[in-house]
Design a binder for this molecule. Structure first.
Ligand code: NAD
Ligand code: UD1
Length: 340
């Protein structure tokens, strides 16, 4: 069965393509390479022995999108990862984020409608919950005002999909709300490739440990948490990836009760920034150079998932621990020294 993956050379997309190929899906990958490298395709081939069909196109180009979808109208589904994802960049350049993330989604939905591709899986984010007032966060936790234009594009994206599905109930949709994806494939052949200085914790940790960055700043240790630092739900990217294969299969098997279903993808376990650093130090045998600094604007104090729905409906269970994720991230950082 053929599946179209947008944003497929990116971090989560590339790990998901590996999982799809390993489960015998044929993959058509689309990416404009604005935030990733073509190298991911080599890594995917080395791991799986298989090669996805690749198109370098911008999903904001409606005609180019339509052409690819016409060629692959026999696809059983599409997984739409392509988006810009930096929270601070979205605050500085909101229009870039609205233009890219919304136009690309609209063009993709238009194309799946024109060519009657039945199943659609969308990359959403726990950032849609904003500052959630109850923890853990379930899929029915109230959506608060978005904390950034990036998060707002995910809220708008979800709304667009709901409205699309009301008008066109032929299409079956799943929204996957990721918590904090971290780590890399255990082979160290693919992983996240930050093209600029990273904002996210784990690439910041590994780049500090290897000496690309001088020092990590922990953004605050005066929060009302067990050690004063923020709490997040860090989940191994390979666990996130497999959830996409299961979500797609769930739609193919017509197990969905409604035309749009939402799932949280997190481990269900909150981990503090200081605990994450300690886990990294333990598995990598590296002493990390870090200081405690002021709070970062816009950070939520604590957020972690209730993952019951994905476990029961999709039969999705995490295979990897935080230590596995940290070790794989470190191995990938070392590998990148050889590669780039
Ligand atoms: P990524 O930047 O590694 O991958 C996104 C890919 O989309 C990149 O390869 C980029 O080149 C491509 N892309 C962007 N705009 C495009 C366009 N107009 N046309 C074609 N390709 C385009 O990001 P990721 O971490 O793999 O994230 C994948 C998805 O998951 C995104 O939608 C992101 O918002 C969402 N998400 C990520 C996280 C996270 O922490 N990584 C958390 C929650 C949600
Ligand atoms: C943010 C977004 C999320 C988005 C994700 C990926 C929000 C609320 N969350 O997650 O939607 O999908 O980025 O781009 O907008 N930290 C440090 N020092 C650092 C870096 C991070 O202490 O140098 C801390 C942060 O304060 C935070 C934790 O590490 O407590 C995780 O930060 P980060 O990896 O940036 O992810 P989020 O902010 O949780």
């Amino acid at each position: 069965m053929k599946v179209i993956v947008t944003g497929g050379t990116g971090y989560i997309g590339s790990h998901t393509i590996v999982d799809l190929l390993n489960h015998n899906f044929e993959v058509v990958c689309i990416d404009n390479l604005s935030r990733s490298k073509k190298y991911a395709l080599e890594g995917i081939e080395q791991i799986t022995g298989k090669k996805p069909i690749f198109y370098q196109i911008d999903l904001c180009d409606k005609e180019a999108v339509s052409k690819v979808f016409q060629e692959h109208k026999d696809a059983i589904g599409i997984i739409h990862f392509a988006a810009l994802k930096s929270v601070p960049e979205s605050v500085e350049q909101p229009l870039l984020y609205y233009a890219n993330n919304i136009n690309s989604l609209v063009n993709v939905l238009q194309a799946i409608h024109t060519y009657q591709i039945p199943n659609f899986v969308f990359s959403s984010s726990c950032s849609v919950y904003g500052n959630a007032d109850t923890l853990p966060v379930t899929e029915t936790t109230t959506i608060q005002t978005a904390e950034s234009p990036y998060a707002h594009t995910k809220q708008i994206g979800e709304d667009i999909i709901y409205n699309f599905s009301k008008a066109h109930p032929f299409h079956q949709n799943i929204l996957l709300r990721y918590f904090n994806p971290v780590g890399a494939h255990p082979s160290a052949l693919i992983g996240e490739i930050p093209l600029e200085k990273p904002n996210n914790l784990v690439p910041y940790i590994t780049q500090t440990a290897i000496g690309k960055l001088q020092q990590l700043t922990v953004f605050g240790n005066d929060y009302n948490t067990r050690d004063g630092s923020n709490i997040r739900d860090y989940i191994h990217v390979c666990d996130i990836a497999h959830a996409h294969t299961l979500a797609l299969q769930y739609l193919i098997d017509k197990k969905n009760a409604t035309t749009v279903e939402v799932f949280n993808l997190g481990t269900g376990k909150g981990v503090s920034v200081l605990e994450a650093i300690a886990a990294f130090e333990k598995v990598s045998n590296q002493k990390l150079n870090y200081i405690i600094g002021p709070r970062r604007a816009g950070d939520v104090v604590a957020v972690y998932a209730d993952k019951t729905k994905a476990s029961t409906h999709l039969d999705w269970h995490c295979q990897y621990t935080l230590e596995d994720a940290m070790l794989s991230a470190w191995k990938w950082e070392l590998k990148m020294q050889e590669l780039f």
